[in-house]
Design a protein around this ligand. Structure first.
Ligand code: TRP
Length: 331
């Protein structure tokens, strides 16, 4: 049997090129090597999205996004976290073995506290228990389905280590390998993806390129990439260009060298460089864009896919939970 890889996708808004190249693409590529589990972490989004319509819409739209980029639901298990009640029961069990001090040391909580203190506010200002216990719920996602490997961004590595730590405590307490110990997997090939202004592409900087923009707004957005004031004739340093930084991510090594030479030769203005980037992006995104629109126009089909994923995931989850309850003396 193949090893299991599992990853959760937080439905917090419109995905951009950074999410696509940095998370979606590498996660989907694992399906050829692992038994893959992908899920929409809607209950993880609840500690920041308090608007029912927005949460519902984001969840469906992120599901459509993964399908549009090629997630094959007959090859992978694809489901919504909130459809699996076993996750929440397990989260309580895990919480009872999680030292409070371990949560105090979680980066996201510590960052929130540091931010409050920096602003002279109460350390726990605006921090809810959903944020504080976030790592426990994430551990439940991971441990319930026995994931061996958890592909995540570098910012989530500590959460996977916490899951492993909690699993080890429980295994040790009952003297049996109840839980598979998960490993984080950080894709080192994916470097930071720069946004329009050269900083990391991020919604909080308003410098993103959303993945499913239609052609016109896509090309408009690309035209906003910041450049220097070199004239078309001048040779250009590709490594100083944010246009090149994005464009090269779409190219094979040979194509990248050719493009590099074109920048260095001079005779190409920034307008042309942007046009070339648009063409390259549009070539890779027009197919998924159409697929995305097709899924979004058919919520029934989306629900059907998620329902099948739910049934597959719950079969495994409920068997696991029966064994676990038995081992810990619940009924
Ligand atoms: N915390 C992850 C993020 O913010 C999302 C997530 C929730 C997750 N549960 C998970 C990722 C389990 C991997 C495994 O991106």
């Amino acid at each position: 049997m193949a090893l299991r890889a599992l990853t959760g996708i937080k439905p917090t808004g419109e995905p951009h090129i950074g999410n696509w190249l940095g998370a979606i693409k590498p996660a989907l590529a694992l399906a050829s090597t692992y038994d893959t589990f992908y899920f929409i972490a809607d209950y993880h989004a609840l500690n920041i999205i308090y608007d029912a319509e927005a949460l519902r819409k984001n969840s469906l739209s992120i599901a459509a996004t993964y399908l549009a980029f090629g997630l094959n639901p007959s090859q992978s298990v694809f489901y919504r976290q909130s459809d699996i009640p076993e996750v929440f029961e397990l989260a309580w069990i895990l919480a009872c073995f999680t030292p409070k001090g371990l949560m105090n040391r979680a980066h996201s909580y510590k960052d929130a506290v540091a931010k409050n203190m920096g602003q002279g506010k109460d350390p726990d200002h605006n921090i809810n228990m959903g944020l504080y216990s976030y790592p426990v719920l994430m551990a439940a996602d991971i441990l319930l389905l026995g994931a061996h490997v958890v592909p995540v961004g570098a910012d989530q590595k500590q959460h996977v280590e916490i899951a492993r730590d909690i699993a080890e405590r429980i295994n040790h307490n009952y003297g049996q390998a109840l839980f598979t110990l998960p490993e984080p997997r950080i894709d080192n090939q994916v470097k930071t993806i720069v946004g329009l202004d050269g900083r990391k592409m991020s919604k909080s900087y308003d410098n993103t390129i959303p993945v499913f923009l239609d052609e016109k707004p896509l090309s408009k957005r690309i035209n906003q990439i910041v450049t220097n004031s070199q004239t078309p004739d001048e040779p250009k340093d590709p490594d100083q260009s944010f246009i090149f930084a994005l464009h090269k991510l779409l190219l094979s090594p040979q194509e990248e060298s050719a493009l590099r030479a074109k920048y260095q030769a001079g005779g190409m203005g920034w307008g042309q460089a942007k046009k070339d980037l648009f063409e390259a992006l549009n070539a890779q995104l027009s197919g998924p864009r159409a697929e995305y629109q097709r899924w979004m126009a058919d919520p029934g089909a989306l629900e059907k896919v998620l329902g099948e994923g739910r049934d597959k995931a719950r079969r495994q989850a409920s068997e696991f939970l029966i064994r676990l309850r038995n081992a810990i003396g619940i009924q």
